[in-house]
Ligand binder design. Structure first.
Ligand code: NAP
Ligand code: GLV
Length: 312
């Protein structure tokens, strides 16, 4: 009975962490699969299409990340349970990324840095936190944790999800019917949606034009830490250049790594990070993987299973 680690460029790191956590566990590192029949469990990130289908006794796939679009795109993905990675360490990292970027744009740090570079001493007007509504697209594990962290900073909060939600102190909107009202109430848009056939390309110029124009800031703000496939980078740049959007923080891109020719690299009002908002810590992954395998072996229900129909 063995576990295969596959796809990620950190195969060796995760394998070491798993062996340290559970020295008796038979861990295989792709492409050194050994006897394919031995593999019961897989820890995967973007495995080459069809590779998991070669494992005849596979019982469970655990995603290296909270998102599972990297698995769902494999047309031969075996019909076994898929668990996403849900963990306090990862959630904490996303909360700090989102809070840092909300504060950065609210306090106009981009412009203040530019003023410093030009030795300019100039007051820039800013709204108070309670005058801004942060609207979170995707009110799941990460979206709700970010909302809870932003509330004590004084922001007003709104959230949008597929199904209706009741989250204390957050104005909740749901489905296509609630989208325009959500956008019209949002000054700083935080995107924490999964990439599915329903959400692909949702962040376009038309959607961005529906955001509220905040008091005392030059325009609304976009923060996307969900997936690059949710957005049109061309539309974001056009919205910024037309003054429809004030600034953006982008952690994820339609093509990663972002090609050198992308206009996003040099845009003065985009804060670009290379998909680092919430990395999966190897020790946390090892703990989670071994716990999920333990539950599977005992026939216990597995938390955080993906609904293959919904795609997340
Ligand atoms: P989650 O708990 O599954 O939450 C997903 C949320 O999105 C839910 O509220 C869901 O609505 C909503 N949603 C899904 N499809 C929708 C649709 N068509 N219309 C409206 N709302 C929709 O996921 P999570 O753990 O919060 O993670 C969210 C995403 O963050 C991941 O999928 C991944 O892509 C991204 N992520 C990025 C990084 C990074 O480093 N950049 C790290 C971790 C995760 P319901 O509540 O109604 O189901
Ligand atoms: C990272 O992108 C994740 O999905 O956890």
């Amino acid at each position: 009975m063995a576990t295969l680690i596959i796809g990620t460029d950190r195969v060796a790191t995760f394998a070491t962490a798993c062996r340290e956590f559970d020295p008796g566990h038979d861990i295989r590192q792709w492409p050194d699969v050994g006897r394919a029949e031995d593999i019961r469990y897989a820890l995967a990130w973007g495995p080459p299409a069809g590779e998991l289908a070669k494992l005849p006794n596979l019982e469970l796939i655990v995603s290296v990340g909270a998102g599972v679009d990297h698995l769902m795109k494999d047309p031969l993905l075996p019909h076994v349970p898929v668990a996403r990675f849900v963990d306090a360490d990862l959630t904490g990292r996303m909360v700090s990324y989102v809070a840092a970027n909300v504060l950065f744009h609210h306090r106009r740090m981009n412009e203040l840095r530019a003023q410093q570079a030009a030795a300019v001493w100039k007051y820039l007007p800013e709204p108070a936190a309670h005058e801004l509504t942060v609207g979170i697209m995707g009110l799941g594990v990460l979206g709700q944790a970010c909302a809870q962290a932003l509330l004590p900073l004084g922001y007003s909060l709104a959230g949008w999800s597929r199904t209706p939600k009741g989250v204390p102190d957050v104005a909740c909107f749901a489905g296509a019917i609630g989208l325009d009202a959500f956008l019209g109430a949002t000054d700083i848009l935080v995107v924490l949606l999964p990439l599915t056939p329903d959400t692909r390309g949702i962040i376009d110029r038309k959607l961005l034009a529906k955001l509220r124009r905040p008091k005392l800031l030059p325009g609304p703000v976009l923060i996307n830490a969900g997936r690059g496939g949710l957005q049109s980078e061309q539309d974001i740049v056009a919205s910024l250049d037309a003054g429809e959007l004030y600034a953006a923080s982008l952690d994820v891109f339609t093509t990663e790594p972002l090609p050198p020719s992308s206009p996003v690299w040099g845009h003065e009002r985009i804060l670009l990070t290379p998909h680092i908002a919430a990395e999966s810590d190897p020790r946390a992954i090892a703990r989670y993987l071994i716990a999920q395998i333990g539950r599977k072996q005992c026939g216990e229900p597995l938390p955080n299973l993906v609904d293959r129909q919904r795609g997340y």
